[in-house]
Ligand binder design. Structure first.
Ligand code: G1P
Length: 290
């Protein structure tokens, strides 16, 4: 079994939900407290043992490339001022093997993954979507890699969501529970209407895929929203190799919507050593006025 060493992070979306902030700035650079959202994703991959990360980006994404590059001027400045903790923080993100591919004409998530085909080659790999931050004792990407060592097949993360929200997700039709938290899957449906959804188990943004997915993606026609859907390619892959679903039970923060983004900032702020006490006091004061 080949080791799982590579990750794809798709980041070619226009971020229209966060306009005007995203007119010139990549959505992935918006911070949760003090850290760009994409850095949380990259850290999850690294903590899971991933060695090489490719970001599939689009226009206005230069800031992502700069963030993971060295910045000698800033680093010298921090060194001179003896701000060594900050220096360490800045340097941590420059020692990662990050690669960038430009998706010039974004045609959907499936197309973004296909763009990274040559980078991945003939190896299993993971996909991490930037709109979901996950927290658990073991990083979710590592959980998927551990499952892959059991199953030897593609495995994606799912979570139970309220029934009326299923139309925002890819949804699985579970065939059989293999063991606690692991399902064989009958089919995968992208954003079904609630009345047509086969279950409330939604695909959340972490996938472990075998390289055969690229053959399926090459054949996949535009689906929901006229886009090449990764979910559709996974559904056809499931006809030739079993695809498994791993149920995530940790905390998931949906930062793809304004409200989710604000809630996550507050939640992470309440845990941040530098601001948690002041923020808690401020929220109490504010609540008393409401
Ligand atoms: C994408 C996938 C969908 C998945 C979701 C998870 O949708 O197409 O299957 O459930 O991510 O966040 P998007 O949110 O990009 O529309």
């Amino acid at each position: 079994m080949k080791p799982v060493r590579k990750a794809i992070i798709p980041a070619a979306g226009l971020g229209t939900r966060f306009l005007p902030a995203t007119k010139a700035l990549a959505k992935e650079m918006l911070p949760i407290v003090d850290t760009p959202t994409i850095e949380y994703i990259v850290r999850e991959a690294i903590a899971s043992g991933i060695e090489d990360i490719v970001v599939v980006d689009g226009k206005s994404k230069r800031s992502i490339e700069d963030h993971f590059d060295s910045n000698p001027e800033l680093e010298n400045n921090l060194r001179e001022k003896n701000k060594l903790e900050l220096l360490e923080l800045v340097e941590e993100t420059t020692d990662i093997n990050m690669y960038f591919i430009r998706q010039s004409h974004p045609k959907g998530l499936g197309d973004a993954i296909l763009t990274a085909k040559d980078f991945i080659g003939d190896e299993p790999f993971v996909v991490l979507l930037g709109d979901d931050l996950m927290q658990d004792e073991v990083p979710l990407t590592k959980q998927l890699i551990d499952r892959y060592h059991e199953t030897g097949e593609s495995t994606l993360a799912v979570m139970e969501v309220p029934h009326e929200q299923v139309s925002e997700y890819g949804v699985i039709d579970p065939a059989a529970k293999v063991k606690d938290g692991l399902y064989r899957v009958k089919s995968f449906v992208e954003k079904p209407k609630p009345e047509e959804a086969p279950s409330d188990l939604a695909i959340i943004g972490r996938y472990l895929l075998t390289p055969e997915i690229f053959e399926e993606l090459e054949k996949t026609k535009p689906g929901k929203g006229g886009e090449i859907q990764l979910t559709d390619a996974i559904d056809t892959l499931n006809n030739r190799q079993h695809v498994y679903a791993h149920k995530f039970t940790g905390d998931r923060y949906d930062i793809g919507s304004k409200i989710g983004f604000l809630e996550t900032n507050i939640t992470f702020g309440l845990k941040h050593p530098q601001v948690k006490d002041e923020l808690r006091a401020y929220i109490k004061e504010l609540a008393a006025k409401l």
